[in-house]
Design a protein around this ligand. Structure first.
Ligand code: ATP
Ligand code: MG
Length: 337
């Protein structure tokens, strides 16, 4: 990326929710990352780790009452946190688009999907109704929607989950966003459609230079698609770095655990994949020290203090880990084959 400023630069993003008696629960804490133009960054972590909340904060769409968002998120130098609604709406759709985990977040049940995508296109582009519809049909077709003209005339509830998902992706892509935030875009889809969608994200990058923040809990999807990856654990960054480095040399025991739970690409699928024992802490009960310590096989006294994110791996490649083990020279045991 050289000395060029990144497209999106997030610093110390913290999202706190009121917890009663004047207290706060930080569901996302001190998260920093950047995305360069045309880059695909994977955001992974177990359910509840704060992936969607991080994305929604960037879009100005957190709807939890009383939520307090601090830190900074600069898009092309413009601060997104606290940006007024009008400016945020202008950015949304035209520059930054989001594929929501739940398609119905993005769609209204009272209009056909074609109407909704047309409107999205017309809100940001000077096109006639017919021109917009032509583009809508083309997008739906690119999304692999069979009989796209007919599908455009249907209401969201008349479509299967997979088709609804594809219609929403068409809507998100309708204005060639520079930054696409995709929250579990393929989870509800079968593997063939999943492969099509991932291919589409890569094409979006290739043809339009779009950057993608790809949220998933599927490390296989990450390996195939993402240039760099960030691992969230209980609302904090456990590790981040180039995907290849993270997969070859995970520095955080949690990353290693996530990788061990990927089914092998070839050969018989084992009856049971190894799982990381236990569950992430409830954000209100996150320990003061390393949040992963209660589940970590390598925890020791030093883990009672919250570890800072420090550089690790090959010099200059940007891999960083919030764990004391690598700097203590304690390598993780070799990954399970
Ligand atoms: N509207 C809300 N009000 C209050 N708490 C919320 C709200 N949405 C999410 N949370 C809490 O914030 C934390 C992070 O949730 P988030 O939805 O970001 O997780 P996630 O990583 O996207 O999980 P998943 O993989 O299940 O989608 C969780 O503890 C969740 O219970
Ligand atoms: Mg989520």
């Amino acid at each position: 990326m050289g000395s060029e400023a990144p497209l999106l630069e997030v610093r110390d993003l913290t999202i706190a929710l009121p917890a009663g008696r004047g207290g706060w629960t930080r569901i996302v804490e001190g998260v920093s990352f950047s995305i360069g133009a045309g880059e695909i960054l994977g955001l992974v972590g177990e359910s509840g780790s704060g992936k969607s909340m991080t994305a929604l904060a960037l879009m100005g769409l957190i709807d939890a009452p009383g939520a307090r968002i601090t830190g900074s998120a600069r898009y092309r130098g413009q601060e997104l946190i606290g940006l007024d609604r009008r400016r945020m709406r202008a950015l949304r759709g035209a520059e930054i688009a989001m594929i929501f985990q739940d398609p119905m977040t993005a769609m209204t049940p009272v209009h056909t999907i074609g109407w909704q995508i047309d409107e999205q296109i017309r809100a940001h582009r000077r096109l006639s109704r017919a021109g917009a519809r032509a583009r809508t049909v083309q997008l739906l077709s690119e999304m692999g929607v069979p009989d796209p003209e007919r599908a455009a005339g249907r209401y969201p509830h008349q479509l299967s989950g997979g088709l609804r998902q594809r219609a929403m992706i068409a809507m998100a892509l309708s204005c060639d966003p520079s930054l696409l935030i995709a929250d579990e875009p393929t989870t509800a889809l079968d593997v063939t459609v999943q492969a099509q969608i991932l291919d589409l994200l890569r094409r979006l990058r290739r043809d339009h230079g779009s950057a993608v923040l790809l949220i998933t809990h599927d490390m296989g999807v990450v390996a195939e698609t993402c240039d760099r990856t960030m691992v969230l654990y209980a609302g904090t960054v456990a590790e981040r770095g180039p995907t290849a480095a993270l997969f070859a040399r995970p520095a955080h025991p949690y990353t290693a655990g996530l990788l061990d739970s990927i089914p092998p690409l070839r050969g018989a699928r084992p009856a049971r994949l190894p799982q990381i024992a236990g569950a992430p802490p409830n954000p209100a009960e996150r320990p003061d020290g390393c949040p992963f310590q209660p589940r970590c096989a390598f925890g020791h006294d030093a883990c009672g203090v919250r570890p800072a994110l420090v550089a690790c791996g090959a010099p200059g490649d940007g891999q960083a880990v919030a764990c004391v083990l690598p700097s203590e020279g304690r390598p993780l045991p070799a990954r399970l084959a």
